[in-house]
Design a protein around this ligand. Structure first.
Ligand SMILES: C[S@@+](CC[C@H](N)C(=O)[O-])C[C@H]1O[C@@H](n2cnc3c(N)ncnc32)[C@H](O)[C@@H]1O
Length: 304
């Protein structure tokens, strides 16, 4: 097993010896549960002290690994508030959520309200997340959640029927939760850290010309900042893994040290006839000895 430790530092846990995974309590667009087995294969080669996830979302990899010590962050303050309430007040959240009926009227009432207390904000967030159409998260120009009611099978019940909140609260015990931009989060990464970055994608998943989209949420400039931050963190000795769109310009930006292409089936279109296979990149920046690149850092490429 390769080590990413400072001399004298001991691991709080090694990847292979972890307790059972927990299912994420949120339904999150772009969630990476499907990619966890692939990520675990890479991570198993290393051990680490602190796990960092600067684009937390639903935290699929965090809940799969359940690290003892972690720093979890996202730019979405409502999301981070919800994690804090789950970590510290899971029972109070469940008490408030359970009596809420699942119907259009309750949904509309919660969608329109702006509660002030952190607990009430988290109740609203969890209810909308579980009952919104297609599990989407979308804000309008004024920053208000504007996804319609999902109806059908959508319900908050798995949060208590499968103990999602209480098991998540246990998994979050050793987690520091921050609302920050990724650059600030990555600037703290150092030797002994494992960092998984799963940004909002900027470009379409194809090679037919460079289609830019999502400039408002995550621009090409943000991608450049991310690439620089990842290289710096790896140079300080952290192991950094980045998910990104399978696109030539993305490859050129993040490029080797070492990259791996993975495939997935898109769930964007629920009707089976329109499902298509979509490729994504996984870039791996192995931790570097200060000042020199290891042999496998130079252009080792894994591609399908
Ligand atoms: C694709 S989602 C992450 C999904 C997550 N890996 C999962 O398994 O659910 C991307 C996340 O990045 C966050 N994000 C977007 N821009 C950001 C920024 N500049 N800094 C930090 N987080 C950001 C979004 O709020 C969103 O939660």
């Amino acid at each position: 097993m390769k080590s990413v430790f400072d001399d004298g530092q001991r691991p709080t846990r090694q990847h292979g010896a972890q307790s059972p995974s927990v299912q994420p309590f949120l339904k999150w667009p772009g969630g990476k549960r499907w990619l966890v087995p692939e990520l675990v294969k890479i991570i198993e080669e290393y051990d680490y002290v602190t796990y960092r996830e600067p684009f937390l979302g639903g935290g699929a990899l965090f809940f799969a690994l359940r690290p003892h010590r972690s720093v979890l962050s996202d730019i979405n303050s409502d999301l981070i508030n919800t994690y804090r309430q789950v970590k510290n007040r899971a029972s109070a959240l469940l008490e408030q959520l359970r009596p809420l009926p699942i119907n259009q009227g309750t949904y509309d009432g919660l969608r329109e309200c702006c509660p002030k207390s952190p607990l009430q904000r988290a109740v609203r967030f969890l209810y909308l997340n579980r009952t919104a159409f297609g599990g989407m998260y979308r804000l309008n120009q004024q920053g208000k959640f504007n996804v319609p009611f999902g109806g059908g099978e959508r319900t908050t019940a798995p949060l208590w029927e499968y103990d999602l909140l209480t098991s998540s609260a246990r998994a979050l015990r050793g987690a520091k939760l921050l609302t920050v931009d990724f650059e600030s989060a990555l600037s703290d990464a150092k030797k002994g850290d494992l960092v998984y970055c799963d940004p909002t994608y900027t470009v379409a998943h194809n090679n037919n010309g460079f289609i830019r989209y999502n400039e408002r949420n995550f621009s090409w400039e943000d991608q450049k900042r991310l690439s620089r931050s990842c290289h710096s963190a790896a140079a300080r000795g952290a192991l950094v893994i980045v998910s990104n769109a399978y696109h030539r310009e993305v490859f050129d930006l993040f490029g080797p040290p070492r990259h791996i292409a993975v495939a997935r089936t898109s769930r964007l279109r629920p009707d089976v006839t329109h499902r298509r296979s979509v490729d994504e990149y996984l870039f791996v920046f192995p931790p570097r000895e200060a000042g020199k690149a290891k042999r496998h850092d130079r252009g080792r490429v894994h591609e399908k």
